[in-house]
Design a protein around this ligand. Structure first.
Ligand code: SF4
Length: 338
């Protein structure tokens, strides 16, 4: 039996991230630690624009690219004038010279005005990643986001109606979380068929209001094994709708890692979740086969994640009848199960 991995194909252009910590944010959200993630507690927009221009020119001189320029870490659509225009004009300049192929930004669902988005699209913005976090009113209220699930849904429609590609970000395990909530959020996000999704299980980071709440016993984050399980369940729901999941958990950063007080932070979180999701695919195929398998050929590009972290899934594959000797990695596009 041959089958493919259900994950949509990856994007071709590399991302060039530009971090604008807290820039344009109406307030600091209870869980947010952009300062620890980026090592900067505010964005000096002039300095960022200046060094971006220098770095883009250097990349152009070395014939690098193309890149997708991505403005992250703040609320791009709410930056004070003239910064959205200035950053997009800079991107357009390097786009005309072949270095930049696309431009995206991240923002909040309550900061997307249809006219503003159309104006930004006309200036060269291609995609908006919305920090939805949850579509659930109770979780949004308990984590002080300041908007409702209906606002989050409407924001997705507004992005689409402005002719922009949509990305969504979910933050499972927020205050107000309850069993089944994340999977409901994942289904709601998948139904919107965004181009991409990022899934960041909530962490308790020093210096945030959430850390105070946690310290007073008012909040418990997810355990790592739950995060792995829930993320693994979410992946096929999104993949089936053609959504590329481009991030699972926060990327390790020394300034962030040393400030995490609690929560499911593990450098192999994404690898473990992706491996478990793939294991469930293989398990389903073994069930279809109707007997114990004798052989599994795996496309080599999945070799790094196939067994999960520290071969954690080897015993589960053994249970299916697939031993180390009966699993082979090969230069192939499809899996082969016999
Ligand atoms: S979560 Fe987003 S909107 Fe809230 S403070 Fe952080 S960057 Fe700003």
């Amino acid at each position: 039996m041959r089958f493919t991995h259900p994950e949509p194909p990856p994007a071709s252009a590399r991302i060039w991230p530009v971090f604008l910590p807290f820039a344009g944010c109406p307030h600091r959200c209870a869980f947010c630690a952009q300062d620890k993630q980026t090592g900067r507690d505010h964005a000096d927009l002039s300095a960022i624009a200046e060094s971006l221009e220098t770095d883009l020119q250097a990349a152009l001189d070395r014939a690098r690219g193309p890149y997708e320029l991505a403005f992250y870490g703040g609320t791009f659509t709410a930056l004070p004038a003239p910064w959205p225009e200035r950053f997009l004009n800079l991107a357009a300049d390097f786009r005309s010279r072949g270095l930049i192929s696309r431009v995206r930004c991240s923002t909040r669902p309550d900061c997307v005005d249809p006219d503003d988005l159309k104006r930004l699209a006309a200036l060269g913005l291609d995609m908006v990643e919305l920090g939805i976090q949850s579509f659930d009113d109770e979780a949004l209220r308990a984590s002080g986001r300041g908007y409702s699930g209906a606002t989050a849904l409407a924001a997705c429609e507004t992005v689409r109606a402005s002719g922009l590609a949509l990305g969504v970000q979910l933050l499972p395990g927020l205050p107000g979380d309850r069993p089944g909530l994340f999977q409901a959020d994942v289904c709601a996000a998948a139904d919107l068929k965004p181009e991409t999704a990022r899934l960041y299980p909530c962490l308790v980071v020093r210096g945030t209001p959430l850390a105070d709440l946690w310290g007073r016993g008012g909040y418990q984050p997810w355990k790592t094994d739950r995060a792995v399980r829930e993320l693994a369940e979410a992946l096929p729901v999104l993949w089936t709708k053609g959504v590329r999941v481009i991030r699972l958990g926060l990327a390790p950063e020394p300034t962030l890692d040393e400030n995490i007080l609690a929560g499911p932070h593990h450098p192999a979180l994404g690898q473990s979740a992706r491996a478990l999701a793939l294991f469930e695919v293989v398990k389903g195929k073994v069930r279809e086969l109707g007997r114990r398998p004798s052989f599994l050929e795996v496309p080599r590009r999945y070799s790094g994640e196939f067994y999960g972290h520290a071969r954690e899934l080897a015993p589960a594959y053994f249970e299916l009848g697939l031993t180390r000797d009966s699993i082979r990695f090969a230069e192939a596009e499809r899996f082969l199960l016999e």
